[in-house]
Design a protein around this ligand. Structure first.
Ligand code: SIN
Length: 481
């Protein structure tokens, strides 16, 4: 069944059927799904101005009223999970079950932040003099702009838009050119839910991405910019935002997550966790375990169990029953994985399973386990973003932590152990914004998601996620007699 969808951009509550359009392709077979407006800087400016006009009325609504509209938006998403799942799967390639899971994950941010806005408390501060009283109040930061990635076409938008709208901000998003249709479906549901014109805008683009980004970063009307994507682009966008108008910036950037398996771990649990983490979305998430570090004493047992399980993963188009691994997003992605695996094999790594493209189609890669991986190989030092699990041997906890931390990145880290002392110790020593013990999946709406080092700035989700869209204003009541 092919999902129905909107394919025009959404600015100021109107659907924009511009003539200049680009193609959205299904990564499973490269067929054309839709043609979407290819907007540029001028249209981005219009969207920002619409968001600016809509801001005073939206910000002035009591949080309870904004929450009611957001609840309606959430309810519509939940009622539409099947269609959203099919859309995410069609344009992003995820197996349908996983795509539907993303739709529920994405919707959860809208529910949670709508509720949380009611608890955006300020503080009273004990005064330093008898003649003054001090308080802080929380206020929406203003117009927010965002650039989101293709690997979570829905959840990476709602993880930004939901706290923004909940806080009383208005929002302009540029979805990725590979997956704009899910963003437009969100706009369609926002309109139905009663989100006023200008509060949520979607600017689709392909050829004018740099222009759209430049206008977002440099516009003095935009007070907050949020980006999820590569560290390389994030650094440039962050510098442009601060250098032009000193706007607040959140950056959720690349990772190189280590997953450590200690000799005292439950091996079955570790294999299950490693597969869940590594092969989620065919390895295309920023928090996927990029490299798997295994203690010497259990290396052989672990690699055998892992290889057996990975060899059974079913590869195919996302709309086929039972498929666990879909295609990679585009040709560039598959070429990068082929190159990195090729280099590792040429340098002495061994493919215990996989190690090559898959016959399901041009953009499919066979789930792979690589043994004999060394620290200097690119599969250890760089984010693979594909279904490839490199195994690296370690001999001690110190060595494991040293390998894990030997990277400029620090988004997620995972480890498996039954020793509670080690669990505390390693969790504290690992340089990452998020650490998951004995579990390969941890993402949800209530946790602070984000990284340290070159993995980014700020947190999304949780109470921290709402803070990112508010200013704390200090108010001094003076002149008390
Ligand atoms: C990401 O890959 O950036 C997001 C992953 C998640 O939300 O779990």
């Amino acid at each position: 069944m092919s999902p129905t969808f909107r394919s025009d951009a959404y600015i100021d509550g109107a659907w924009r059927a511009d003539a200049r359009r680009f193609l959205v392709l299904n990564p499973a077979n490269q067929s054309v799904i839709a043609e979407v407006p290819d907007l540029g800087g001028a249209e981005t400016q219009q969207a920002i101005e619409a968001a600016h006009r809509a801001l005073p009325a939206w910000a002035a609504k009591p949080a309870k009223e904004r929450a009611a509209i957001m609840r309606a938006w959430f309810d519509l998403m939940i009622a539409d999970l099947d269609r959203l799942g099919r859309l995410i799967s069609a344009e992003g390639g995820k197996p349908f079950g996983e795509a539907k899971g993303e739709a529920a994950y994405g919707a959860a941010f809208v529910e949670w932040f709508g509720e949380e806005a009611k608890r955006a408390y300020g503080r009273t501060i004990p005064s330093t003099t008898a003649t003054r009283r001090y308080v802080t109040i929380k206020q929406p930061i203003g117009v927010c702009a965002a650039i989101t990635p293709w690997n979570f076409p829905m959840a990476m938008i709602t993880r930004k838009a939901a706290p923004a709208l909940a806080a009383g901000c208005t929002f302009v998003v540029k979805p990725p050119s590979q997956t704009p249709l899910t963003a437009l479906a969100l706009a369609e549901l926002a309109e139905k839910a009663g989100v006023p014109p200008g509060v949520f805008n979607v600017v689709t683009t392909h050829d004018h991405t740099a222009d759209v980004g430049r206008v977002m970063c440099e516009s003095p009307l935009v007070r907050k910019f949020s980006f999820t994507g590569s560290t390389e682009i994030g650094k440039k966008l962050g510098a442009a935002c601060v250098g032009s108008t000193v706007k607040k910036v959140s950056l959720e950037l690349g990772g190189n997550a280590p997953l450590l398996v200690f000799a005292d771990a439950d091996l079955d649990l570790a294999v299950k966790g490693a597969i869940a983490s590594k092969f989620r979305n065919a390895g295309q998430t920023c928090v996927c375990a990029n490299r798997i570090l295994v203690e010497d004493a259990i290396y052989d047992a672990f690699s055998k169990k892992m290889t057996d399980a990975v060899a059974k993963l079913k590869v195919g188009p996302g709309d086929q029953d039972g498929v666990e691994i879909g295609p990679l997003i585009d040709q560039k992605a598959i070429e990068k994985v082929e190159r990195m695996v090729g280099e590792a094999l040429a340098s002495g790594a061994v493919a215990l399973t996989g190690g090559k493209k898959h016959s399901a189609g041009a953009q499919f890669y066979t789930p792979t386990v690589l043994a004999n991986v060394t620290r200097d190989m690119r599969v250890n030092t760089e984010e693979i973003f594909g279904p490839v699990a490199p195994l690296i041997r370690f001999k001690s906890e110190d060595e494991a932590v040293a390998i894990a931390n030997d990277t400029p990145f620090g988004l997620a880290a995972y480890f498996f152990t039954k020793d509670v002392n080690r669990a505390w110790r390693v969790a504290e020593r690992i340089e990452a914004g998020m650490v998951s013990i004995n579990d390969g999946i941890f993402s949800n709406e209530v946790i602070p998601f984000g990284g340290v080092k070159e993995s980014g700035l700020g947190r999304e989700g949780g109470v921290e996620g709402l803070e990112e869209y508010m200013e704390t204003k200090f108010v001094n009541f003076g002149g008390f007699a």
